[in-house]
Design a protein around this ligand. Structure first.
Ligand SMILES: [Ca+2]
Ligand SMILES: [Ca+2]
Length: 121
């Protein structure tokens, strides 16, 4: 961090930061420590738009997504899906209930297209 003063004698900070990015949020760590400042960690949540049901994140919801989600729910190994778009019923778990919703949507069941929306998470 570099501290300087502007023309009104306000302290202006230029902050060197490092950050980690886990896909949902970036954590910025200010490494400066001095008489007036403690180390600070600022967590910035990065909003992300996801298409619900698009578990392979290719921009469309189709039978491939339904297959992947049902395999994930059945605990097949090596199934990698986007869990944010897979939790169709919004109960914070990805399981057979979500797979059933997606399978019914793909099969054209009435009312199930209400689940396939773009959400900001
Ligand atoms: Ca897809
Ligand atoms: Ca769920």
């Amino acid at each position: 961090m570099v501290c300087s003063k502007d023309s009104d004698h306000n302290v202006v900070e230029t902050v060197d930061t490092t950050f980690t990015d886990d896909g949902n949020k970036r954590t910025y760590v200010d490494s400066f420590s001095g008489t007036s400042f403690e180390n600070q960690t600022i967590t910035v949540n990065m909003a992300e738009e996801v298409l619900m049901g698009d578990v392979n994140s290719n921009g469309t919801v189709d039978s491939i997504d339904a297959m992947l989600l049902s395999r994930y729910a059945a605990a097949w190994v090596n199934i990698v899906i986007d869990l944010k778009s897979a939790d169709l019923n919004g109960d914070d778990t990805v399981d057979n209930a979500d797979a059933m919703i997606l399978a019914r949507y793909i099969a054209g069941w009435e009312g199930y297209d209400a689940y396939i929306v773009t959400k900001t998470v």
